[in-house]
Write a protein that binds this ligand. Structure first.
Ligand SMILES: [Zn+2]
Length: 634
């Protein structure tokens, strides 16, 4: 009886985690065994969690996980996860596992762990689902030749759904209803939240309707009548396509991204109608993936409207090799500036090197510093031994996790005070979808400011809201952003006229929102005579500047000297001085009532930072992370 009561109380506690109350400082994400046995068996080889799908012990491990893992999670302070529920094989098959899944969710709640239901958005298993849905083929996305689009080439048996298929959408909503009504889940996590470039008749019709609704067709496309146009049958990925200027390609990107956002808004409305407190989340990969518009059909800034929590899966395990820094700064800061919590899941944690294991807390500190949800997905990874727990790893990480959790608890205000980001990089989210050059210039500016410890954030600008300048902003940087809307140009001019500091580089503003060239750059015209404004004709570059599933960003050739000089020329000064800070160290700053808190993260933890001076005082050496408080009166 007592246990039942406990479960009931914890269930209530589970539902008390309202979406608006999600606090990353109180959340610790972990692996929730989100794949069913059926998937492991169908794959057969090594897959999710580093497990051989055909291993004879997978079922025993899942049984162990369902009953025993939540207690271990509680002991370690890990309290959020997504777990298996719906992989895309059809409910008739997947419901067999449902009693086990429910048992796991109950166990989670009994141990203070919140569980989101894994719902696969982007996969159908027609070979299985066909028994339940005889016309499953009609739900599939198809390529230009009418062939089903497979999820990834090596998983030839997984096809992707057409997101314009109404029957599929209704089915997915019913799946969400079951998860929330019968499964007791705290919310839904849609995996692979992107779409395939489908060419089915449904999509052609929807695209035609979209084209017909566009204004200024003759000016943009050359023709008023677009009824003979159809979905572009060939597209190149962003990284090789350069500037996207073909109007039909742009319209296709807009139609696809809008379709996905609208789908998510409908899914959200449905989920909230079943349980208003349910968390809506999705794994939409990384914000700054250059192929989001073309290949995945995502405008992540817009899609965030539909989400309470973003899962941003990536391959950006923090570190530094040959001078090149890999970090999750971009996605963490973007989510923070959109005021949405993010779990920046890093897949590379599955193959940590001994050196990375030695500095195991580095990614957790990175999450903590930039407002993400601290995550350890691998502490409970199954070891193929009786009991499944890697005791050595557990014993090694337990005290570290415990000291991390204690540190956070005792120092919460260090991370809750307002972010001090006086330098803001303009991010015109819609225009970014069409310009590789703008992506690369922005990438360079991000890299320079991070490496030179200038506290920065984004100034996110949408077509419907050019931008509200966050409090504390001193300098706006427009780094080689070719395309700007008239409203964005006017917003920048107003900022500069009112004395705001502004840096504009490259050909910023020379093109309209559809990447079409003006005869005269309206931004330069609008900024004539503005005080505190620096105009530089050449934008900063780094080579390579590849942002995607795996980032590869080069070292700025001149160390970012010109951008630092520009900042100085606007009259910008930091309210503190740093000396001997290596470029591998990132800085994030919070403003407190007494002064500032400086958070430092070392992306090269094998080389401890020694001799760093803040306001002339030497900071104690550190490997991964440290903080320094300074008073405004110093
Ligand atoms: Zn379609």
């Amino acid at each position: 009886m007592a246990k039942k009561l406990l479960v009931f109380v914890c269930l209530l506690a589970g539902f008390s985690a309202l979406a608006q109350d999600l606090n990353p400082l109180e959340m610790r994400w972990t692996f929730g065994a989100h794949e069913p046995l059926t998937m492991y068996r169908r794959v057969g080889k090594k897959c999710t969690g580093g497990i051989d799908g055909n291993a004879r012990w997978v079922k025993d491990w899942l049984d162990w996980f369902d009953s025993d893992s939540p207690a271990l999670m509680q002991e370690l302070g890990l309290n959020w996860l997504h777990c298996r529920f719906y992989k895309g094989m059809g409910w008739e098959v997947e419901k067999e596992d449902f009693p086990n899944v429910k048992r796991f969710v109950d166990n989670c709640h009994a141990h203070g762990v919140h569980a989101l239901a894994y719902v696969q958005l982007n996969t159908l298993y027609p070979e299985i689902m066909r028994h339940e849905i005889p016309d499953i083929e009609s739900w599939q996305a198809v390529d230009a030749g009418g062939h089903p689009i497979v999820w990834q080439s090596h998983t030839y048996y997984r096809t992707t759904p057409c997101i314009h298929c109404a029957e599929w959408e209704e089915y997915l909503k019913e799946i969400c209803t079951i998860a929330l009504r019968d499964g007791g889940f705290d919310g839904i996590m849609f995996d692979n939240a992107y779409s395939s470039p489908c060419c089915c008749p449904r999509c052609e019709k929807s695209f035609q309707e979209y084209l017909a609704s566009l204004p200024d067709k003759k000016e943009r496309f050359g023709f008023e009548d677009l009824s003979g146009f159809s979905i572009p049958k060939r597209f190149t990925s962003y990284n090789s396509s350069g500037e996207i200027r073909e109007p039909l390609m742009q319209a296709w990107i807009d139609w696809r991204t809008r379709s996905l956002t609208e789908l998510f808004l409908r899914l959200r409305a449905h989920i909230k109608s079943v349980n208003p407190n349910a968390i809506v989340s999705a794994n939409a990969l990384t914000f700054r993936n250059a192929d989001l518009g073309t290949e995945q059909g995502i405008n992540l800034v817009e899609m965030m409207e539909a989400l309470d929590l973003l899962i941003g899966q990536n391959e950006h395990y923090p570190g530094c090799q040959d001078g090149r820094i890999t970090s999750r700064i971009r996605e963490l800061k973007m989510a923070r500036d959109l005021r949405k919590p993010i779990v920046a899941l890093c897949d590379s944690d599955a193959k940590m090197t001994p050196e990375q294991e030695r500095h195991y807390l580095l990614p957790l500190y990175e999450d903590l510093m930039f407002g993400g949800v601290p995550t350890d997905r691998t502490v409970l990874s199954p070891k193929p031994i009786p009991g499944f727990v890697d005791r050595e790893k557990l014993d090694r990480r337990r005290p570290q996790l415990s000291s991390f959790n204690r540190f956070v608890k005792e120092n919460e205000t260090l991370f809750t005070s307002p972010v001090y980001a006086p330098v803001r990089l303009l991010y015109p989210e819609h225009e970014m979808l069409f310009s590789q050059s703008a992506q690369e210039s922005l990438c360079a500016a991000e890299e320079i400011l991070s490496r030179r410890q200038i506290p920065w954030g984004y100034l996110i600008s949408t077509p419907w809201r050019p931008f509200d300048v966050p409090e504390g902003t001193e300098v706006i940087v427009v780094p080689g952003l070719l395309s700007l809307s008239p409203a964005q140009v006017e917003g920048l001019a107003r900022w500069a006229r009112n004395g705001g500091k502004l840096i504009v580089t490259g050909d910023s503003g020379r093109y309209d929102p559809f990447n079409a060239q003006y005869l005269v750059n309206p931004l330069l015209t609008a900024l004539k005579g503005a005080p505190n404004t620096v105009l530089r004709t050449e934008a900063d570059r780094v080579s390579p500047a590849i942002l995607g599933w795996t980032n590869n960003v080069g070292v700025p050739a001149d160390g970012g000297k010109r951008l630092l000089e520009d900042l100085e020329q606007t009259g910008f000064r930091l309210p503190f001085t740093l000396k001997n800070c290596p470029q591998e160290v990132a800085l994030d700053v919070r403003k407190t009532t007494e002064g500032y808190v400086l958070h430092f993260l070392n992306y090269l933890p094998s080389k401890p930072v020694k001799g760093l001076k803040v306001n002339g005082k030497t900071v104690a050496p550190f490997s991964e992370y440290t903080f320094v408080k300074i008073s405004s009166n110093q």
